[in-house]
Design a protein around this ligand. Structure first.
Ligand SMILES: [Zn+2]
Length: 63
């Protein structure tokens, strides 16, 4: 029997079954490009580190 123990595993299983729905959205990180599952449709980063990286990049571009 397959046991899904991680939160990510649970979200992925839910997404495979029902697709995008309330509380589970499949997103692609705009910084590193990996697929992740988020509870909110607005999520654009897979983790805090990526958000910070994008933020720093924005700061650099602005003058
Ligand atoms: Zn990322």
């Amino acid at each position: 029997m397959l046991m899904i123990l991680t939160r990510r595993g649970l979200l992925e299983a839910a997404w495979r079954r029902w697709g995008n729905h309330r509380g589970c959205y499949r997103r692609v990180c705009i910084v590193c490009g990996i697929v992740f599952y988020a509870g909110r449709p607005q999520a654009t980063y897979c983790r805090a580190a990526c958000r910070q990286r994008a933020y720093r990049r924005r700061q650099k571009v602005r003058r």
